[in-house]
Design a protein around this ligand. Structure first.
Ligand code: G4P
Length: 534
């Protein structure tokens, strides 16, 4: 139990053993490979390679998925559960491409920690930096894995310095690499005084471990050639002098990251990282909510939806809402209250994402992610409870940075288009605005690629070819304030007003000047770039 300084009560063992985290990385750093190895050691799959193979099979289903494959990006996020020793890991996948940062942001609201994967030859890349900043906003604990050590990589101190400098976080080595590239021998486990030797012959074989009695143990020389041993000992001495030692509390507070070195493809360093997640990663944390925070140890169930995925199975127009359980012990068939509508909802067929397949969840505990199939009642930001009117907060919707008009290829199909757009809006895949004047819709996204994905999905899933075209507007702001003030603004600026899919008023413009003007003329109102999903 490491959560000492926060004075939190001890959690029930079923909750305390859960570790819910995401992997953040720049594309190509090795997230997929690492995930595969996690699942392999988690006993969730029999053979490495299955995640990818399964991915391929799924992707052939539609052009949208094909596009994902062609571009080598992962558009949709999912959750996977597996056991590691006495721990239950919940790994929530984040889309890696920058165009999907909003989705990623919301995914990160559902985890307690992040594993940051960097490529040993490339160090901190642009996408790593962006995702890190998002984690920083929530002070998420971060564990770092420096991958591809079997290739020529950068000097170990350089890598550590770069993380410290660019990300402004203390870095403490949990392991230290011996040699690199072709000469990479393995790592010294600084936390447990063990030598881990990489087996190049078989990529799925777990490294040989040699217990070492401290750095002056003569056993080291039996396994490490003299010239490498000398350099290694020098480096470790320097590291111990210059770098901070592991402070578990500082890790939990997000101020320090331990770094492991390894090679995911060679299964090397992965188990040590997993042990690190178990030992230094946080237990399920309290969830901010209104009017009060939700603590994981509360006996009543509460959870919030952070992602909705529609049409996972194109044959059935189903949607799956991904809910993070914030408290309690959930059992299948439970009747929960859908706080937004105040209506009861029987959760009779929840899904637990056990690595290789979806499976019905009989039970789940605080920290777990379950999928709830539904017909559209559940939206991002929704809270389900056992009756209390409490609402999870901090799950934002960002103002889109790109706006385009959208038209159905066949004008007779306008109604169908509206339905498709509303669905994607509820899924969080885009913002959809209906301008007060004129017909048609304006679609807003955070990254340009999302337009292509949308067009492709609308055609695939609704058989509806669509055209996106330039819009006269470039910015959207939600209008926040008292009803009569909002009405005054709406009536005086009709050509700028639209409503989003929840019916909330939005101010559209192409000039910052307009936004400044409104803020000056209507001091009681706020034009907001984010909206809390509820
Ligand atoms: P991503 O999800 O972060 O985008 O990365 P992914 O795991 O797909 O890995 C990107 C590439 O890096 C893959 O090669 C993968 O095999 C390789 N890779 C992952 N871990 C290691 C490692 O420890 N050492 C080395 N040398 N390579 C590694 P690819 O050629 O793009 O794909 P594939 O044909 O190997 O599947």
């Amino acid at each position: 139990m490491l959560d000492t300084a926060s004075n939190r009560p001890e959690l029930p063992p079923e909750i305390a053993r859960r570790r819910t985290f995401a992997i953040i990385s720049h594309p190509d750093a090795g997230k997929t490979t690492l995930t595969e190895k996690f699942l392999l050691y988690g006993g969730a799959i029999q053979m490495a390679g299955q995640v990818r193979a399964k991915g391929e099979a799924r992707r052939t289903r539609s052009d949208f998925m094909k596009m994902e494959q062609d571009r080598g990006i992962s558009v949709s996020a999912s959750a996977m559960s597996f056991d590691f020793g006495k721990y239950r890991f919940n790994l929530v996948d984040t889309p890696g491409h920058s165009d999907f940062s909003e989705d990623t942001y919301r995914t990160l609201t559902a985890v307690d920690a992040a594993v940051m994967v960097i490529d040993g030859a490339k160090g901190v890349e642009s996408q790593t930096q962006k995702l890190f900043e998002v984690c920083r906003l929530r002070d998420l604990p971060i564990l770092t894995f420096c991958n591809k050590m079997d290739r020529e990589s950068r000097d170990t101190f350089d890598i550590i310095d770069e993380i410290q400098e660019n990300l402004a976080i203390d870095v403490t080595p949990a392991s230290w690499p011996i040699g690199m590239g072709r000469d990479f021998l393995g790592c010294y486990d600084l936390l447990n005084d063990r030598l881990e030797l990489m087996d190049r012959a078989d990529r799925n074989v777990v490294a040989e471990t040699v217990e070492i009695n401290g750095l002056d143990d003569p056993k080291l020389a039996q396994h490490v050639p003299a010239h490498m041993l000398e350099k290694f000992l020098e480096e470790v001495e320097m590291a111990r002098e210059l770098l901070p030692t592991l402070d578990p509390q500082s890790v939990l507070e997000g101020h320090m990251t331990p770094i492991w070195f390894g090679s995911a493809i060679n299964s090397f360093g992965v188990q040590e990282l997993m042990q690190g997640i178990a030992d230094y990663g946080p237990e399920p944390q309290p969830q901010q909510a209104s009017p009060r925070a939700i603590a994981p140890e509360e006996t009543k169930v509460a959870g919030f939806v952070f992602k909705v995925q529609a049409n996972m199975d194109p044959k059935h127009r189903d949607r799956v809402a991904f809910m993070r359980l914030a408290s309690g012990h959930f059992k299948r068939g439970m009747k929960l209250t859908h706080v937004r509508s105040k209506k009861p909802m029987a959760v009779s067929n929840p899904v637990l994402f056990l690595a290789s397949d979806r499976e019905l969840a009989e039970e789940a505990w605080a920290g777990d992610i379950i999928g709830i199939p539904n017909h559209g009642q559940l939206r991002i930001g929704d809270t389900l409870t056992e009756g209390e009117m409490i609402r999870a907060t901090g799950i934002p919707s960002f103002a889109p940075e790109l706006l385009q008009g959208v038209r159905a290829g066949d004008p007779m199909k306008a109604k169908h288009l509206e339905k498709a757009l509303m669905q994607f809006a509820e899924e969080g895949a885009a913002k959809v605005f209906k301008p007060n004047i004129g017909s048609g819709f304006i679609v807003g996204v955070v990254g340009a690629l999302q337009f292509e994905v949308l067009a492709s999905r609308i055609e695939q899933e609704y058989g509806l070819p669509v055209r996106f075209e330039a819009s006269q507007f470039t910015s959207a702001r939600w209008i926040i304030g008292a009803k009569d003030e909002v009405e005054k603004l709406v009536n005086a600026n009709k050509q700028h007003i639209a409503h989003d899919n929840d019916g909330d008023p939005v101010f559209l413009t192409r000039l910052q000047w307009d936004i400044d003007r409104v803020e000056r003329d209507y001091p009681a109102l706020k034009l907001s770039a984010t909206k809390e999903m509820m």
